[in-house]
Structure formats: structure tokens, C-alpha cells
Design a protein around this ligand. Structure first.
Ligand code: AGP
Length: 606
């Protein structure tokens, strides 16, 4: 996924473009570039690597103008080199793009046959050539843009400069987000509210297929058919616009520590402290529902797995959880009386969005558990369940994960009550447990010093195993994912009972084994798994509670004692230790914690 910014302003634009790109860097950071309209011309500066490289290029060769576009890239077509960095130019057209043009090969062949010469390996460049060719026929900019968009198959968010049109920027969106920002005599386009946050808090979310022309006087928005339309102008909360690290070294560190407060905000929206009832927006008849289908990717998928355990145990409601990229192509046997739930921090993940649309096409009612409330998923479902955890910048998801689990926990309680599986008193007991969870999360974060020490050892490992039973088997997957994606150490999460069916062959004295084992109904079996591993020289990091610590078999390399808690909130309490372990291992290894190699915060391409 990439980040886009465009400004039609009244003051020097280059530093403003850079300020926005620094906020967008979490969306991709393989290369970056800007283009500025100057005296009827358009000039570019591009650089491989992070924004810092572009800043150096601009320091050496400044650009002075008031209208410009900028881009930070997560490479899809073409290596992450300067040659492939956006913006791309063809004739009078210079543009930036987020998305994938699926029919670019045939369009490129057609353009080459017509004499067009290409200077990059990207799909993006063909859009510039197409638009330049349409302009050459005499079409006005907006008409030429419409004719170009009609030729494209795939996903795009675009911002476009045209030489000779000094104070005009064109934009368009299909499959990738783009917002219009309204300033005082200035106008903006950006990938999200964060991009335009330094300049305005008044934005419109473009709809699928929309295209737009902005100039100093405002925006002319058109729908996919080319009809002029109005899009509502919203005032976004300051939090969505301004994100800082505070006194933390990394956004991920800050976001781990934000979890008690973040979960408090989330829980407040779904658990009533007065009536002690769980409350889910929407007019769902949980008692009449036959099934829930959760679709998601990565950490959001793992949150969905935790939701499955809880909803099935408490509400006796069947739940299927599937990786979105698999689900949508395997022709699943679906039934209409099913609620489809898309789990997504960004609300823009292409695989999850496509799986959601597949369910909707099959006649299912749909809901989304999302953080970005203006996101495409949030605007396409019947019911939105926001997670309210504020912008999450670190590519490795932490506070959004626990916030998603909070929402699914409340959902499980609400569904159990609605299906008469629990009475009012039991609902009240569970709601109280949920309301008390943020304090326990805070205590769990208090284990940081012990975990930092353990991290120094784990940082030397080649492979790490994470084991757990019940919901802890899902948390084992999350612990492994966190470690992999920010420290680059290979890790795998397994249901502890599965160890003896193969993975135990991996165990030797160089293998750290993280075992997540609260003193719940699985504890005895987890303790047996621990003994199996120790007998083979495995280095066990046993994460349990005080009761578990007093009953743990001897031989663990280290026992981490998390606060005692009810099984209902154990996933929330045991998340922090595995997040902190991954974080401190990555810091110990000097890894790029907030922007790990090859990753992006939200993958808006398939
Ligand atoms: C999580 O740490 C990863 N960054 C990644 O797996 C992420 O959860 C996944 O890409 C889904 O993103 P979404 O929640 O925005 O849909």
C-alpha cells in the first residue's frame, strides 16, 4: 500500500508535502517522491528508501512552488528503485498512484505500439501515458481523466498534475482510499485523514469510482458515471489528524502502552457500567442467527479466532473464521442466515474487502470491526462496530488487536444473553470483568522489565515456538507473528496439543519455547506439554499466573507471572507479554520496529 498527498495551496508547498509524507510513511517506505508545478512546468524529485532520502534530494535541488503532489511507496510492480519511484511522468501528465492496474500489460502493449516510450517497470506509468494521449485529442482535463479511468481495470487512488494547468490537481479512487481536504482558500487530496491532518480537519471521503478536480476555489466531484455529485464534508477528531510518539522511541512501544486507555475507550462503547449490559449497535436478532462468518487477515484474523472460541462457548452460535485471501476463491458453502463480520484495523485490506463483498453478494448481512471509521469497509457494511483505539501507526498491530478482542468479547456476551445462554446476573458478572480488564492489562504491561531481560536471550535464537491451548493457541499464533514481522526471527505458533504430532522435532537446547498457560481448565495439559519440551532440552518461557507459577513443573528457563484473571479476559491480559517480547527482541537486534522490511500497515492490493 502507498501514501498519497496533493496540495493546491497559498504558500511554499515542498515542506508541506514532506510533512504529510512523514505521516504517511507507515503505509509504505520503499521509495518516495514529489512533483511541484512551477511556472507552467512540473518538476520532480524522487529517491529510493525512506523520506529522509527524498529530503536530502530536495535539500540539494530545492523545488519552489505552491501546488504539488507527493507519494511514499510500497512496491508492487517494479523493484523499489528511484527509476520506479512515483511520481511518474508522460508528456504533460505527472501523477502518483496507490493500487494495482490489472490490465496494465495489454494497455502498455497498445501504448508501445502507438510509439509511447516507458521509463519505469511500473503499472502506474501507463496511466500517465493514457491520460496524456487523451489530452492530446483536445479533451479538457476532467473529460480526459474520465476517458482514461474507463480504460483501467484494478485498484487506484490517483493524484495528478498537468503542465499548463498551474492550480489544478485531478484525483480519482477505486479500491484504494482517497479523501478531499478543505482548507481556507486551499485544497488537498490524501490517502487518509492523517495525510491532510496538518492542514485541515474538514474532509470528504470519495466513494468508489469517484473522480475529482480541486483548485484554490474548491472541489468538483464526479461519480463513476461522470455525474457531478456532492460528498458530505466531515470534521475529523483531532486525534485522527495528529499522531506523535510522545516520549516513546517507537510508535509500537507507545501503542503497547496505550492499551489500558485504548481498551477502556473500546469497552466503554460496548459495556454499560450502570446497567452492566453488553450493547452491540445494530438490530441483529442473535437468537435467529444460524452462523457467523468472520473474514480477516494477519493479526485481525487471529483476533477473529479468539472471537470464535468465545462466541461458540458462550452463545452456542457456530462461528467460521477464515483467512480472507483463501476464503473468497475456494467457493465456500455458505448459508444466507449468516452474519458476515470483516475484521480490519485499516478497513482497507483488499483481501478482506473482497471476501466481505463476496459474502454480501451471497445475501448475508454484514458487519465490520474496524478502527478507521471512514474506511471503505466501514462505509459498505450494514453494521459498523468501531474499535475506538485511535490511529495505529506501528506496522505491527498491538492496541488494535486488543481493541478488536474487546469488541468480540462484548459481542459474545451480548449474543449469549440474547440467545438465553446466560441470565442477567451472569451477563452482569461478565460485563464487570470486561470493565476491569484495562487495569489488568496495565499490570501485565508492568512485566516489561522481566521481558526485556528475556528478550536478550531470545534475540539470539534461530527459531522460536509459541504454544497454547484454547484461546491461548490463537494467542500463540499472534506471538509468533509479532516476533517474525519485527525481528525477522522465524517463529511458529501451535496448539500445544499438536506439538507431539511433528513440531516437537524442532525442539533442542537452542529453541526458546514460549508457553502461554493461565491456570485454567487446560493448565494440567499445558504443564505436561512443558515437561515434554524440557525433557528434550527446550528452553521454556512459561507465561502463567500466580497459581500456575506455583504448580509449574520444574525446569522452565523462566516463569513470567501475569496477573490472575478470569478466562473471559485472559486473551487481553496475555497479549501484552507477547507484544513486549517481540518488541524488545527487535530493539535488541536493532531492527526497524515501526517499519519492518517488506511490510506496510495496510495491504490494499491483493
Ligand atoms: C499485524 O501485525 C500485521 N501488520 C498484519 O498482519 C495486519 O494485521 C493485516 O495486514 C491486516 O490488516 P487490517 O487489520 O488493517 O486488515
Amino acid at each position: 500500500m502507498c501514501g498519497i498527498i496533493a496540495i493546491v495551496g497559498g504558500e511554499p508547498v515542498t515542506e508541506r508535502l514532506l510533512e504529510s509524507l512523514r505521516r504517511l510513511e507507515y503505509r509504505g517506505y520503499d521509495s518516495a517522491g514529489v512533483a511541484v508545478a512551477i511556472g507552467g512546468k512540473v518538476e520532480r524529485r524522487r529517491a529510493q528508501g525512506k523520506i529522509k532520502a527524498l529530503e536530502a534530494a530536495l535539500a540539494a535541488h530545492p523545488l519552489d512552488g505552491q501546488v504539488g503532489i507527493g507519494h511514499t511507496r510500497w512496491a508492487t510492480h517494479g523493484a523499489p528503485t528511484t527509476r520506479n519511484a512515483h511520481p511518474h511522468t508522460a508528456g504533460r501528465v505527472t501523477l502518483v498512484h496507490n493500487g494495482i492496474i490489472e490490465n496494465y500489460a495489454e494497455l502498455k502493449a497498445e501504448l508501445a505500439a502507438n510509439g509511447h516510450v516507458f521509463h519505469s517497470d511500473t503499472d502506474t506509468e501507463i496511466i500517465a501515458h493514457l491520460l496524456d494521449a487523451e489530452l492530446a485529442t483536445g479533451l479538457a482535463p476532467v473529460e480526459a481523466l474520465k476517458a482514461t479511468l474507463d480504460r483501467l481495470t484494478g485498484a487506484y487512488a490517483l493524484a495528478i498534475l498537468i503542465e499548463g494547468e498551474e492550480r489544478l490537481v485531478l484525483g480519482a479512487r477505486r479500491g484504494s482510499p482517497l479523501v478531499v481536504g478543505y482548507g481556507a482558500g486551499e485544497m488537498f487530496l490524501g490517502s487518509d485523514a492523517l495525510a491532510v491532518g496538518p492542514f485541515t480537519n474538514r474532509i470528504s471521503y470519495l466513494e468508489e469510482g469517484d473522480f475529482v478536480a480541486i483548485d484554490g476555489d474548491g472541489a468538483r466531484i464526479f461519480d463513476a458515471a461522470g455525474k457531478a455529485v456532492q460528498r458530505a464534508v466531515a470534521t475529523i477528531p483531532a486525534s485522527a489528524a495528529m499522531v506523535e510518539k510522545g516520549n516513546y522511541r517507537h510508535f509500537m512501544e507507545k501503542e503497547i502502552h496505550d492499551q489500558p486507555e485504548g481498551c477502556q475507550r473500546t469497552i466503554a462503547a460496548y459495556a454499560d457500567p450502570v446497567t452492566l449490559k453488553a450493547r452491540m449497535a445494530g438490530d441483529l436478532d442473535w437468537a435467529a442467527l444460524d452462523r457467523v462468518q468472520i473474514v480477516a487477515c494477519g493479526t485481525s484474523y487471529i483476533a477473529g479466532l479468539i472471537g470464535k472460541y468465545m462466541i461458540e462457548q458462550m452463545a452456542d452460535l457456530p462461528v467460521d473464521v477464515e483467512i480472507a485471501s483463501e476464503f473468497r476463491y475456494r467457493q465456500p458453502a455458505l448459508r444466507p442466515n449468516t452474519l458476515a463480520i470483516a475484521m480490519s484495523q485499516s478497513g482497507e485490506t483488499a483481501d478482506t474487502l473482497a471476501a466481505l463483498r463476496y459474502c454480501q453478494a451471497k445475501g448475508m448481512r454484514s458487519a465490520a470491526v474496524v478502527n478507521a471509521q471512514g474506511s471503505t469497509m466501514a462505509r459498505e457494511v450494514d453494521i459498523v462496530w468501531p474499535i475506538h483505539c485511535g490511529p495505529e501507526i506501528g506496522v505491527a498491530s498491538t492496541k488494535a488487536f486488543t481493541a478488536q478482542v474487546c469488541v468480540l468479547t462484548a459481542l459474545a456476551v451480548a449474543a449469549a444473553r440474547a440467545r438465553s445462554r446466560i441470565d442477567e446476573a451472569e451477563e452482569a458478572r461478565m460485563v464487570k470483568l470486561l470493565l476491569e480488564a484495562p487495569r489488568l492489562i496495565g499490570e501485565s504491561i508492568g512485566l516489561e522489565d522481566a521481558i526485556r531481560t528475556i528478550a536478550a536471550d531470545v534475540a539470539k535464537a534461530r527459531d522460536v515456538l509459541y504454544l497454547g491451548r484454547g484461546v491461548m493457541s490463537a494467542l500463540a499464533l499472534e506471538g509468533a507473528l509479532k516476533l517474525k514481522e519485527i525481528s525477522y526471527i522465524h517463529a511458529e505458533g501451535y496448539a500445544a496439543g499438536e506439538l507431539k504430532h511433528g513440531p516437537i522435532a524442532l525442539v533442542d537446547e537452542d529453541t526458546p519455547i514460549v508457553i502461554l498457560a493461565p491456570s485454567d481448565s487446560y493448565f494440567e495439559k499445558s504443564a505436561s506439554n512443558m515437561s515434554e519440551v524440557i525433557a528434550r532440552g527446550g528452553q521454556v518461557i512459561f507465561i502463567t499466573d500466580p497459581k500456575g507459577a506455583s504448580h509449574a513443573p520444574a525446569g522452565a528457563k523462566v516463569v513470567v507471572t501475569a496477573p490472575a484473571c478470569d478466562p473471559l479476559v485472559a486473551p487481553l491480559v496475555y497479549a501484552a507479554p507477547i507484544q513486549l517480547l517481540a518488541y524488545h527482541v527487535a530493539v535488541h537486534k536493532g531492527a526497524d520496529v515501526d517499519q519492518p522490511r517488506n511490510l506496510a500497515k495496510s495491504v490494499t492490493v491483493e
